[in-house]
Design a protein around this ligand. Structure first.
Ligand SMILES: NC(=O)c1ccc[n+]([C@@H]2O[C@H](COP(=O)([O-])OP(=O)(O)OC[C@H]3O[C@@H](n4cnc5c(N)ncnc54)[C@H](OP(=O)(O)O)[C@@H]3O)[C@@H](O)[C@H]2O)c1
Length: 389
């Protein structure tokens, strides 16, 4: 399957358009625990230490107007950066009328960036190494730091728990391919990271997020659970309540990216949560608590779901069976980023804000969620599960 990375539908290989095989290969994904306090970091003694905002610093976002980009923009503005955006002006035009906007297609020409300088470049829109060679190549003398938003999909073997930044990344025979599909998203992201580092050695912050969630998420994966549980009644729940899940609130990620870049953090970092293990049961319980619904959960074993052709990750979003090739997919280590200040707002906040955002969407959009089980299908699977019991 091929997805156009420039289309509105494409956000990550973990999105609704890919096969389970692709998802399994791509398995990315974390979230929660503790509170994020923008502008504060915890010192070695655990006490909050205020960070003064930089004065007169400039930041360029390659992208900036879909999901993660706007959070990077907001975090940068909050830290006193003067922000410039470079994109084609197609996605959410007019989103930031107060910012300088340079328009162009990064696949074709970066001419509007020539002769300019920024303190930090944050690249949220790179999928192919040629794009990074072009942008980091042009900007290496124009910027002190380059932040590349990569993905934990780079890891080749998700059967291993505690994947960390030293774990092997995927490889593909042809690194010049410029279509996403058949498990090449992760390896291409790895090549993007390498291209950035080659152009700007020692000045790159390669950020590998897990599943990014929260208000504005165009994929409806995490969103499925707050919305489904709020509807109430019997909810089909996957696997075992203790099965681990990982994701990161888009606002925590955007804020950390800017703060880390600002502090001079460089290198490779998995950026996902939670800080302490979280089960799918904890997520569903938080959804019920937030929405005060009457939902009850009927848990279905992975084998039953498979027999019913209910797919992990796409039909039962966020969840992957903690066995076999996905044993480690939701057990990725973010220890390095946490030590570098990554923090997580409470799960309930992410759930509540996601639900509130969802309710603001037009009826037509909410009628066609891009992930999760449709109500009639869920009812049929629940009936089969009851009959079996
Ligand atoms: N979603 C997840 O769970 C997840 C997980 C791990 C990693 N990631 C990574 O996180 C990043 C998030 O991306 P996002 O979409 O939220 O970022 P974003 O910066 O909010 O949106 C993408 C931006 O790229 C611009 N763009 C797209 N194609 C372009 C082109 N050819 N030339 C110039 N600009 C272009 C778009 O504007 P125009 O269309 O107007 O050009 C838009 O402003 C991605 O790198 C993704 O791989 C995502």
């Amino acid at each position: 399957m091929t997805l156009d990375p420039t289309s509105a539908r494409f956000t990550d290989p973990l999105s609704g358009g890919l096969s389970r095989r692709d998802w399994l290969r791509a398995a990315a994904l974390g979230a929660i625990a503790g509170a994020a306090l923008p502008g504060l970091v915890l010192g070695a003694d655990g006490k909050a230490a205020p960070e003064p905002p930089p004065a007169g610093k400039t930041l360029l976002v390659l992208g900036g107007t879909s999901f993660l980009g706007p959070q990077v923009v907001d975090a940068a503005k909050a830290r006193g950066y003067k922000v410039t955006l470079f994109n084609r002006g197609k996605t959410n035009p007019g989103m930031f009328p107060d910012l300088e906007q340079l328009h162009g297609d990064r696949n074709v020409s970066l001419a509007p960036l020539e002769g300019r300088k920024w303190d930090v470049v944050v690249d949220t829109s790179a999928y192919f190494p040629r794009q990074v060679r072009m942008s980091a190549g042009l900007l290496k003398d124009a910027s002190k730091a380059y932040v590349l938003v990569s993905s934990i999909s780079v890891y080749v073997d998700t059967s291993k728990p505690r994947l960390d930044e030293s774990s092997p990344v995927g490889k593909i025979p042809d690194g010049t391919v410029e279509t996403i599909g058949e498990g090449n998203y992760g390896p291409l992201k790895a090549l993007c990271e390498q291209a950035a580092e080659k152009e700007m050695p020692g000045r790159v912050l390669n950020v590998r997020p897990g599943l990014i969630v929260g208000p504005g998420d165009p994929t409806d994966r995490f969103t499925y659970w707050p919305v489904r549980v709020a509807r109430g009644g019997e909810v089909l729940a996957p696997g075992d309540p203790a099965d681990p899940v990982q994701f990161i609130d888009v606002r925590d990620l955007g804020e950390w990216i800017v703060r880390a870049a600002d502090k001079g953090t460089r290198g490779v970092f998995n950026a996902t949560g939670p800080a302490a293990p979280l089960g799918i049961g904890d997520l569903l319980s938080a959804c019920r608590k937030v929405s005060r619904s009457d939902a009850t959960f009927r848990w279905a074993h992975a084998a039953f779901l498979e027999a019913q052709k209910v797919e992990a990750w796409s039909d039962m979003p966020v969840w992957l069976p903690p066995a076999g090739e996905t044993l480690g997919a939701n057990r990725v280590s973010a220890a390095r980023a946490i030590a570098a200040g990554l923090s997580f707002r409470p799960l309930e906040t992410t759930v509540a804000d996601t639900l509130a955002w969802w309710k603001t969407l037009p009826d037509e959009r909410r009628a066609k969620p891009k992930a999760g089980l449709a109500p009639d299908r869920e009812a049929a699977v629940l009936a089969a599960l009851r009959a079996r019991a």
